[in-house]
Ligand binder design. Structure first.
Ligand code: FES
Length: 363
């Protein structure tokens, strides 16, 4: 039977000691899960190892941990895959999820962070008027649109690895914002605009996401929380024209317009254009506010005065190619939001069934 070394981060609050690492060796086939490895440690070697789990089938969302530095479900990760990913001399490194206080060993306080943020977005339908006599009838496409966010099992992996939350603990965060899209995308809900306005105006809301993609990488169910956040932004800015006080929508518009015109981002133009152009009265206080960031960027060599004054230019044909991309998108009658989680699946099934029917009964 192969052996695997699990390097587990321990924290036993009752001892008053600081967290420490402890190695355990387990005998299990490589196709067994990391969770099974941890449970073997707990059953055979040290009954005090703390881990939450229930279904062992990637359904309940309770076994979220960090394996080799990335948040995931311990029950969905095979031992041999984890070993292959390891950067640590033959050991699989297991630690509690990030951005949440640790209660004990691999158990984090989900209530203090994750569930508090979920409650922040009013996670239930707010329909208008009295309920129908029987059920609500909803167009099929509308429900397909929210299926991706409905697939969330609330494991907290995206919250753990969210880089924005590391900097701003008050950020509403990827899981809660994906949950918000589940209701903003649902035609039965009557508070779409109010929900969007609330999350756009909140300095820790939809415009606090920095597009780092960490939540998409971490999510074990393909929910792609960042995509749901971008959908909320598009709805807030384009459909409801919410001109938020965080300047999020104007910043996005400035970003898009610079790329449309130049084919590439001109960073020096971004700040003034986000505030209405160089001559707009709002620009000066914003520039003064941003001075510490500008000075830091200059001293670290991230920008140079020459690059700021004479930005890189794309060749004319590349600029035209970028313009054509914008024109193609602008020509579309409606915005098409891809839901990669489910697109095409049902059609294929229906087509297959129709083809079978046409062929008639089997001999
Ligand atoms: Fe339920 Fe892992 S134990 S998701």
């Amino acid at each position: 039977m192969p052996e695997f070394t699990l390097k587990i981060r321990r924290f036993l609050p009752e001892t008053g000691d600081a967290p420490y690492w402890e190695d355990f060796t387990v005998d299990l086939e490589g196709h067994r899960s990391v969770l099974e490895g941890i449970l073997q440690v707990r059953d055979v070697q040290d009954g005090s190892v703390g881990i939450r789990c229930s279904c062992r089938a990637a359904i309940c969302g309770s076994c979220g941990v960090r394996i080799n530095g990335r948040a995931t479900l311990a029950c969905k990760t095979h031992l041999n895959d984890a070993l292959e990913d390891s950067q640590e001399d033959g050991a699989i490194v297991i630690e509690p999820m990030g951005n949440m206080p640790v209660i004990k060993d691999l158990i984090v306080d989900m209530d203090a962070v994750h569930w508090t943020k979920i409650r922040r977005v009013t996670p239930w339908l707010l329909p208008d008027g009295p309920p129908p006599e029987r059920e609500y009838v909803v167009p099929h496409e509308a429900m397909v649109d929210v299926t991706q966010s409905m697939a969330c099992i609330q494991c907290g992996a995206c919250v753990s690895d969210c880089l924005s939350m590391e900097v701003d603990a008050d950020f509403v965060g990827p899981a809660a914002l994906a949950k918000a899209y589940r209701f903003v995308g649902d035609p039965r809900d009557a508070q779409h605009e109010e929900r969007l306005r609330d999350l756009a105006e909140d300095p820790h809301g939809i415009h606090d996401c920095t597009h780092c993609f960490a939540c998409i990488d971490a999510c074990p169910k393909g929910v792609a929380p960042m995509d749901q956040i971008m959908r909320l932004r598009r709805m807030a800015g384009s459909d409801y024209e919410i001109d938020d006080r965080n300047n999020g929508h104007r910043h996005e518009s400035a970003f898009t317009e610079i790329i449309r015109k130049k084919g590439i981002l001109d960073e020096a133009k971004l700040l003034p254009d986000s505030y209405g152009g160089k001559l707009h009265p709002r620009v000066v206080p914003e520039l003064v506010d941003s001075l510490p960031v500008i000075v830091t960027a200059l001293t670290r060599g991230k920008i140079t005065p020459k690059a700021a004054l004479m930005p890189h230019r794309l060749p004319r044909d590349s600029q035209e190619a970028v313009k054509r991309i914008f024109e193609t998108i602008d020509e579309r009658d409606e915005r098409y939001e891809l839901n990669l989680y489910i697109t095409g699946f049902e059609d294929e099934e229906v087509e297959k069934a129709a083809a079978e029917e046409e062929r008639g009964p089997h001999e």
